[in-house]
Design a protein around this ligand. Structure first.
Ligand SMILES: *Cc1c(COP(=O)(O)O)cnc(C)c1O
Length: 495
């Protein structure tokens, strides 16, 4: 155990030694609740409580001094991988740098100390910010109205499908089917199920685009919508999008766009202009907010005029007298999808990001994101298999293929950890692939060192495959047995 303490990996329980304490309280000068019980063992003090319910001894909590406690958590925090420390090319997640000015804005006491029960006339500032964010997202998406309520992308998908279902029901139709391409993010079919819709798979062509013949075969009067990510999860923009929208609209079905990849098109094109009826926006991805490990997020949903009567309440509005308010009076609304008003802190960051970049800055961000991805793809071509032809949008997938070396995408990912790079997304949407999304915020130097590293690993995979297969070698935790880790979770460090 000595060595694990040295590495800073001991549990607090292991660092404990009797008598240490992180706080010193003054002596108790108040008598115990029951006269004459002071100093007695707990069991004697709580007469009347059945003996079986009383602990004989205090609980075995770690006993540790303040400085050791601080050091323990500081050491642990240094083991956390973050965008602020290293390159994080996690495909589909848009792990861009999060400007610190966003954090300054979100932690202003004027925002931080608001209470959701305050009446609208006391909180005009935040309402104006939310209203403007709504208008910005309407402009960016090219759609008529945005709700800021959903708490994340997947929650936006659910909200969008509820809105679309309410629209169809309002016209006397219960369209049960939702089409989802085989490359879709797992949340798409899951959202269908949550909304009592049936997800049906649409095939993709070998070039990664939707198979229009298969789509035509599957769309009918029972189709509520197609959920499409564009640019899609293999990193290519489906330029058939106008035809796809026509095929759906002819049958009265809606085109839902999963907006997770919006970072590729800010200011370049607008989904509303190419036929999208409804989309969610992952503001924590496209408009920055630290969002590793599942939160926090925000998933505003943008819709056409046709769908807007069904949006959730409350909606932030600007009244004719120029003041702002919450509108709850929408007769066709699907109702509330979240308590209170949405993920306000994340929306403040989104607003700060949009305002600090401005229209040209947003476009520049997307152009650089696309350039970075295509640059990396060009450097890695020839070392890894790129199953889909470029040009790519803001991410691409590649497959490690090293003959009979047995080196897999998992091994490449683990070896990257030895070089302080976060592994890319793995094994999705194509078996054995790595999905790389560099984002616009990385310097040419970082992109080059990542490409150099992957090229070196490709050489190792051929020459010394065991080195790659046993990676990581330099991380605090070595290769884990992931099956056992899931089946027999043991949180204790074993040296
Ligand atoms: C991230 C992502 C989602 C889910 O969004 P969350 O904000 O994580 O709920 C859905 N679809 C795609 C393509 C994504 O990348």
């Amino acid at each position: 155990m000595e060595s694990s303490v040295e590495q800073g990996l001991a549990l607090l329980f292991e660092e404990s030694s009797a008598g240490n304490c992180a706080v010193s309280l003054p002596p108790n000068d108040v008598s115990d609740a029951r006269e004459g019980t002071r100093g007695l063992k707990p069991a004697a003090r709580y007469e009347g409580i059945p003996a079986g319910l009383l602990a004989g001894e205090p609980p075995p909590l770690p006993e540790i001094g303040e400085q050791d406690l601080v050091r323990h958590y500081t050491r642990l925090s240094h083991r956390t991988f973050s965008v602020d420390a290293n390159f994080y090319p996690l495909g589909s997640c848009t792990m861009k740098y999060n400007p610190k000015i966003n954090e300054a804005a979100a932690s202003m006491p004027e925002f931080l100390n608001l209470h959701p029960y305050q009446p609208a006339d006391q909180v005009q500032g935040i309402l104006e910010l939310l209203y403007q964010t709504r208008v910005f997202l309407q402009e960016i998406s090219g759609l008529a109205e945005v709700t800021l309520q959903p708490a994340a992308g997947a929650h936006g998908e659910m909200t969008g499908l509820m809105v679309i279902s309410a629209y169809h029901r309002d016209r006397g139709e219960d369209r049960i089917n939702v089409l989802v391409p085989d490359s879709a993010h797992g949340t798409n079919p899951a959202s269908c199920t949550v909304c009592s819709r049936v997800a049906q798979t649409v095939a993709s062509k070998p070039n990664g685009r939707v198979d229009l013949d298969d789509l035509r075969k599957k769309v009918d009067r029972n189709t509520a919508a197609l959920m499409l990510t564009n640019p899609n999860t293999v990193g290519v923009f489906d330029e058939q999008i106008g035809d796809i929208a026509d095929i759906l609209h002819k049958q009265g079905a809606m085109l839902y766009m999963d907006g997770a990849n919006l970072n590729a098109m800010l200011g370049i094109m607008r989904p509303g202009d190419f036929g999208v009826d409804c989309m969610h926006i992952n503001t924590h991805k496209t408009f920055s907010t630290p969002h590793g490990c599942g939160g926090p997020g925000s998933g505003p949903v943008a819709v056409t005029n046709q769908l807007s009567p069904f949006l959730p309440i409350p909606q932030v509005i600007k009244k004719s007298d120029g003041t702002y308010d919450w509108d709850e009076n929408r007769p066709k609304t699907i109702g509330k999808v979240r308590s209170f008003y949405g993920q306000i802190g994340v929306l403040v960051r989104c607003y700060a990001y949009i305002r600090s970049l401005g229209p040209d800055g947003l476009r520049n961000a997307s152009e650089k994101a696309v350039l970075s991805a295509n640059y990396l793809a060009a450097r890695l071509k020839g070392h890894y298999k790129l199953p889909f032809a470029g040009p790519y949008a803001h991410e691409f997938i590649m497959i490690p293929e090293f003959g009979d070396s047995g080196v897999t995408e998992l091994d490449i990912a683990k070896r990257l950890i030895d070089h302080n790079f976060h592994p890319p997304t793995m094994s999705w949407p194509v078996h054995h692939c790595l999905m790389i999304e560099p984002t616009e915020t990385e310097s040419l130097r970082t992109l080059d060192s990542f490409a150099d590293c992957l090229i070196k690993i490709a050489r190792e995979a051929k020459e010394t495959p065991d080195l790659v297969k046993n990676a990581p070698h330099h991380a605090p935790v070595k290769r884990l047995d992931e099956v056992a880790a899931a089946r027999k979770p043991n949180l204790r460090w074993q040296a």
